[in-house]
Design a protein around this ligand. Sequence first.
Ligand SMILES: Cc1ncc(COP(=O)(O)O)c(C=O)c1O
Length: 449
Amino acid sequence: MIASDQTNVLPRFLDLVYPSIQRGEGVRLWTTEGLEVLDACSGEAMVTCLGYGATPIVETARAQAHRISYVYNHHFTNEPQERLAERLIELAAPEMARVRFVSGGSEANETALRLIRQYHVDRGQTARWRIISQAQAYHGALIGALALTGRRSLQQPYGEYLSGHLQIAPATWRFDPSGQAALDELDRALEEAGPDTVAAFFCEPVSGAALPGYTPPKLFWEGLAERRERYGFLICLDEVVTGVGRTGSWFAHQTLPIEPDIVTAGKGLGAGYAPLAATLCKQQIYDVLAAGSRQFEHGHTWDGAPLPCAVGLAVLEALSEQGLVDRVRERGPSLRDQLELALAGLEIVREVRGRGFLLGVELVDPRDGTSLLPDELDAAALVDQTAFDQGLLVTSTHSTADGYTGDQTLLAPAFVATDAELDEMIERFAATATEVDRVIKHRLAGATV
Ligand SMILES: Cc1ncc(COP(=O)(O)O)c(C=O)c1O
């Protein structure tokens, strides 16, 4: 266990004492003190879809590092990058045409922002720069991506750095179960901005940590596609979490009534064996650049380097050969039912939602079954700590301060988790939620709120 005053690391939370992870195998982690933890959220960040210690990926990385690990992509391309681009399009996203590889999801989304802008400039529509996005979202920590969320708790104190994009409320049970209110809000945002200044609509097809497992209703997607036609903006879907299989299809948008112009992927693409993410676009976007400026001058040092791309290629092959996307699609609905059943009757649980191996549990105030839990209870932290005490790793969000949703927990197991391991995760999480229900009710009874 390492506290902030015992380390040279600048930790994320200075008041937390951090257990140190020594090793992992499959879906289990061990700390340096020998504590075993069952990982129900793929390395906490929905990344390790193949679990820990996947020998073929490690061997591929070793061999590639010997051959050539790194070279910059200004004057060179390389075989792993070329093969990964080809395989990604062929296997996972045939509706896309071109790929730029980067190191992380924020970079992929920043790349998408630049591509969106370059596309409009190359078409002579230089007034288009604004992005409309969903307020309760997360698109990354870099300044461009951070401007796309409406979450005040994340944006403070950096407001001065952030561009004036527009956000609309999510169409959840709380605000808008049909999706019509979100469409009306989208219309108001378009009008407020002036449709000719709007460059793109940006959103997660199925949300990750910001609103785990949530997807807008069909009516919203159809209305969004219709407005794209009418006003000429692009649609970029952030599939940093959902890309490469997490929701049971290679990309989540493939099961939605909408096709994006640009899509980003990350997390599971490198599966925790290399930092790797990607921005993919349709042929039509590429054609505009090809007929226009003939460049996309945006890059980071590790873009498309041989080592991470070789890892990404091995990850795609492992997913394909082991039929893991099919496994997630087939097992996802029963996993969700199982979770719902295990939590039935707990008054703090309002909703269990999600697709594939991306599930969310939303907590509410048990006194009325609707209100957000009082901010000061920080139920999210209580869930994570209680789970950890039960030897289970889940990740929760305390979004109460943002106003769109309250405390929520994300479960996102590795695709290789066996049925027995999934059962164990559900069992431990049910025990966790039962204990949290008890503690919260106790605190509410004694509190003055
Ligand atoms: C939906 C989504 N987009 C983007 C990002 C940013 O990715 P990264 O942390 O790799 O920069 C995340 C990270 O959690 C995410 O969940």
